[in-house]
Design a protein. Sequence first.
Length: 479
Amino acid sequence: MRHCRRLLAVVLLLFLASPSLAAGFDAIAALVDRGFRVGAEARLLDDGSVLGAIAPERQLSPASVSKSYLAAAALDCFGPQHRFTTRLLSEAAPDEEGVLTGDLILEGGGDPALTTEDLWRLVQRLHQAGVSEVRGRLLVSQWRYGPVECITTDRCETRERTTNAYSALLSSAGVNYGNWCVTVAPAERAGEPASVTGCDSQAAILAIDNRVVTRPDDSGTQLSAERVTRDGGDVMVLRGQISTNAHPRTLYRASSDPADQMALTLLAMLDQAGIAVSGGADTTQAEPPPTARVLAAVDGKPLQELLLRAMHYSNNYMADMLTLNLVETPRADLRLGGARLEAFVAGIPDHGPVTLLSGSGLTPENRTSARGANTLLESLYHRPSLFPSFVATLQSPDNGVMRFIRRGSETFQRHVMLKTGTLNQPVTVRAVSGYFRTASGRWGVFSVLVNGTGSTPYLSWPEVLDPLAQDLEEMIAQH
């Protein structure tokens, strides 16, 4: 009997204590009652006052909030103005007639935003260097990293087929975010096959299986695209219909081998520029010979601009490319990149445990806590040379590119800067982390990590953002 009374007393104490654990997050706390695992914390940066907390040290999946760790580590490692360089090299030199007798080597520099526009500039600079013909091969060198082992289901499946762009595979010699691009336009008359062309060259680079039919005006346009691997090459399979009066539609799908995609794309561009390559194109994991000379080079955009794209659009390809670039040794993989991220976090005082197997957050094994995420944000706030570039990577709900974050009152919309994270498998993850400014102008940080279980229902973003906005609005108004 005495034992039962003690147990009852403990239960009552826990019951009475639970409201204080959720103090400041009263609306978010309703998710706990629905069976979701929640970690949350909000605090002011000037005096460390905790305005709200729910199990702030609980280790949970942050999904794409992992990208905040990647952004901080990349800024710390490279600095905001760092640029990744892509080069064309050869051991040979062009003769008086512009003939290069030897292999032309593209050295992938790991630029996560390298596009065909950059390749065109590279080809133009090769022409300016006096090269008009290559009597050898075009070799694409991915010696820094690539092909990178896939450690998520979507990326592993992409080697054979894919219906999306976000699961792009990784290589230091990747181009166009590891995606093929095609444009679908209506034929002149209904009943005819649609007109399909590649986006990057007049000549066909990618094999196309066109099953799209042109329909009469205003019939509606419904298109589906699947990139499959057939006989060792990529094929874009297109199905559906397009109206005769419809505008052309552009479709992107991840390639099965980004370095091979680079080789085929660059070879087509050289041909279009009138620079013939007699030996065809191939890829290699070998580093260019030390005797090779640079014939042309192109610098990518500054890191701070890369991070804007990677964070605002939650670009998984860019985030994991940057993660791989953190590894100083050749043949990098995401495990080594994750170890570099974890080593960076270990240098942040009082952060606590963290598990980062990727910078994108696609790996469901990633773990951090709400308190840890806030500690990361606080550490960047106290680094004046990096903070402006870092905070710019976060979105304001009032005008961010992701429309689903435009929730809550004007107070929430205009006083908060955030990064979101979403996963639906193996469990639901909805995570939000960022800064807020109070009514009196004080800076604060907040992080809310919500993880489902095998028995919890689907969780939409409004079910998280609306109560979060309500809780933060009260904190902002009261301080």
